[in-house]
Design a protein around this ligand. Sequence first.
Ligand code: FAD
Length: 443
Amino acid sequence: MPSYDLVIVGAGSSGCIATKTAVLNGLEVCLIDCKPRQNIGDKICGDAIARHHFDSLGIKYPSGQELEHEIKGVKVYSPDMESVFKIEGEGVSGFIVDRLMLGQRLLKGALDCGVTFHDNTLALEPIISNSFVKGVKSRNLNTGKVEKIYSKLTMDASGFSAALRRNLPKNFGFIKSIKNQDLLPCFREIRDDVDFRSDYCKIFLSQEIAPGGYYWIFPKNNEKVNVGLGVQGLKNHPNPKEILYKNVISKDIFRKSIILNSGGGFVPTRRPIDSLVSDGIMFLGDAACLVNPIHGGGIGPSMLSGKLATEVAVMALSKGIPSKDLLWEYNLKYMKEYGAKQAGLDIFRILLQSLKDDEINYGMKHQLIKPEDILETSLKGELKISITEKVTRVFKGLKKIDLLRNLKKTADKMQLAKNLYQNYPENEEFEAWAKKIRTLYEL
Ligand SMILES: Cc1cc2nc3c(=O)[nH]c(=O)nc-3n(C[C@H](O)[C@H](O)[C@H](O)COP(=O)(O)OP(=O)(O)OC[C@H]3O[C@@H](n4cnc5c(N)ncnc54)[C@H](O)[C@@H]3O)c2cc1C
């Protein structure tokens, strides 16, 4: 096998943007994916993506058949269905896409630049020499042959499977698997002939129906919807498919509906892994846990990571061997641009998962957090709470004063987390910083 400047594992949203950026900057790139080319982009997903991600990355909006619906915003329903938060505006308006077509468009953008592409090729493990990643050992799924692809630098863009991260030796210091409580196992279907029309993505909170998660109905074109449910991945969690069928698909609006596509998947709903780089390797997208911990949107940040990682990779390769020190800049850039917000939202997610339905009902009814502040929270990772005297009296009367205290504590902790990530350390101070992070999230 020839040697490349860069080998990228995974032709999903992060891998395709990384490939295109790298090739346009003159790198010799090999992109591999275990799927056949025509299936790339066919992913279990909610299919929603906010407009601002396309704007900030200079990618054309979805159009034609790829665009299934334009979305004005999100409506969030309380467990008792008495409160609805309508969240609109620049940060949430966007698109519901045909996921396969979006994936194929991103792939075409990468391939048209001139890259060596191997589909049906499964990455098995990183090749390591003197504690430095030197490429990927892979299996050709057509022939069964195991091959070695050598490269100066390697990117793990293999999504939730994190094929390389999981197979790095312990001394690299990366987590192999994500804690159960930080995972959201989901099941979703695309159904047609549903009696549902809306220009809003609808999210329903209910600890009783979806413990630690939520269920959703997102409008696609005409009477088509994307309907799904996720639960927190704690031991013995309920089966998301069973509870989706029991509590959601059983609703009257689905009575005449037909299934077009169905399946399950995992969302890593946590802050980014502590570091996104090591000697000869970088981590992108879901392989680095770059999803928004509150709503699970990961297409936007994965594309952002593809761009930022590659810009740093180009600089590092121009200076010589891509050591951890040279790649460190990617940590600084990503954490500042998106990771700090994600870190704050991770604290908020932990609080939300601990609340009881009646607490969510009261919180939404009395607007402890206002709908307009939810958007700001989601965009900035900061929590504004409005605890007026009246609210304090009501909550005292309801014996829910602990909830108020908890919210205040969460808001402070979110700020602390955000500050820590915004002041991401240089390589030498990383261990001390990581210790602070562990303490903060394990409190
Ligand atoms: C149920 C569900 C709903 C979601 N809804 C939304 C949503 O509405 N909006 C949103 O923005 N995000 C959503 N997400 C998250 C989003 O899909 C991901 O964050 C995003 O796709 C991550 O992109 P990626 O490039 O990191 O990985 P992926 O898009 O998963 O791409 C990884 C690629 O790597 C390949 N691969 C995997 N393992 C190997 C291997 N060993 N060797 C070679 N190739 C390999 C795969 O075939 C795939 O093509 C949802 C996720 C789930 C599970």
